[in-house]
Design a protein around this ligand. Sequence first.
Ligand SMILES: C[S@@+](CC[C@H](N)C(=O)[O-])C[C@H]1O[C@@H](n2cnc3c(N)ncnc32)[C@H](O)[C@@H]1O
Length: 519
Amino acid sequence: MQNGHAAEKACVEAPTPPTAITAIDAVDYDGQLDRKLTKLKQLFQEFETPELEVFTSPPTHYRMRSEFAVEQRDGPLHFVMFERPPAEAAEAAGPEAGQEVGLGQEAGPEAGAALEQEAGLEQEQEAGEGEEEPERVAGQQAEAQADASTSAAAAAGAPAAAAAVAAAADGKQGKGKKGKKGKKGGGKPKGPQRVRVDTFPVATKQVNELMAVVREEADKTPELRQRLFQVNFHTTLAGDAMVTLLYHRKLGPEWQEAAERLRDALAATPTAAAAGVRPHVIGRSRKQKICLDADFVLERLTVDGRPFVQKQVEGSFSQPNGRVCQHMLTWAQDVTRPAAAAAAVAEEAGKEGAAVATAGGPEDDLLELYCGNGNFTIPLAANFRRVVATEVSKSSVEAARYNMEANGVTNVFLARMASEEFAVTMRERGTRRRLEGLEGWEALRLRTILVDPPRAGLDAFTVELLKEFDRIVYISCNPDTLHANLKAIAPSHRIARFAAFDQFPYTHHLECGVYLVRR
Ligand SMILES: C[S@@+](CC[C@H](N)C(=O)[O-])C[C@H]1O[C@@H](n2cnc3c(N)ncnc32)[C@H](O)[C@@H]1O
């Protein structure tokens, strides 16, 4: 199933020695994926796994969103990224990583979130934040953390912020300053290097079109350029796009006028013009956010031939590789399809001593934890009688509600709740204010669970909850934490389907999907 297109030539002028971004032109897509798959199979060899299903990415222009620091001295403005020197990237990524290309700053599943965290500035309070129930303990902490990492409110930050993303790509909560400390220590890693990026083959063609216009317009418009330190681009397969400009100064009406003119120029770029959209422009500085019209884009995803609309909010989580995301959704929809569930159950029943999973299809309710903007919830809802979905980030929950309505999905109960809290409540068959309106536990037929946690994987409460389900769909962007969680689940459940989705080509990251049924 792997495709092997030659990677397109990157046009990157790097003031530093060749780094990961330039290496993409030499890289062989199939080779990098094969190495990751080999590692994955080795890691999971202790489990009895079926044949791995592999879903490839386009070899270039696959990433829907990208963030760049801005370098401006006396001459023209440039976009820059911060990259680990190849040797450091290799060290951080493990023994075989020298063969991998470490597109550190764009790579990690939560790269954008890490960048915002690293910005380390005050988070704007989301409205309604004070209405917490007193009994929420573990949940509250997780909720605060998730909002901190996904809220676009962490606007103003140090230009070194992007350095943290390289660390995040290696699964570390790195801070830019640590790199400096390392330098002083002598013999320690130099830390990420600054690389000028004029075009970025990792990002969509539309991001590249928008980058050129932002640079050109900012160069000739002091109002746009003054103290601009970062630009974030968010595009969609549908052609809708959003550009966020981050400043170290207060923004006023003059900025707004200049930004409107920038919008006109962005609307004239080929992809936006073909789609008939006027990209959204957002200006941010400390405690300030100016939206010219909206702070979201509307994506259109096709899942098993069916189109879905998806609101993706600035700064909130959305899957970075739109085409691979469509594969993930189609796969998840397939494994939870009533017939597929029934087949897996029947196969299991043929095994001596195996318990039969009893339900499926319209008799089955789905519990989904970490539902984000409803990415999986909406296409999967048709496979179930009812879906109970939870997510901790307020902006994602709001987007999920919008997405349910926009797609005519009416069988989902959605609660803003941390998974830890939901796990404890469900195991106790307890109640919470945020679960008001949910039919009683005894009326629900929750036999299938889908989880898509952040890189850290599942907490102990949630792992215990998973074991109560006949069928488990585990989507993971971190094979290591997936592996650790599966060790606890494998005694009671076997892996019926196993998939790898190459969301993050040329990095050591790999998205996985595992479908388990009770033994
Ligand atoms: C990898 S994303 C997946 C989101 C969604 N399933 C999708 O496909 O877009 C993980 C999600 O978990 C949420 N999250 C993080 N920690 C959480 C927690 N403790 N409880 C519930 N949700 C959490 C994040 O806000 C984020 O939306």
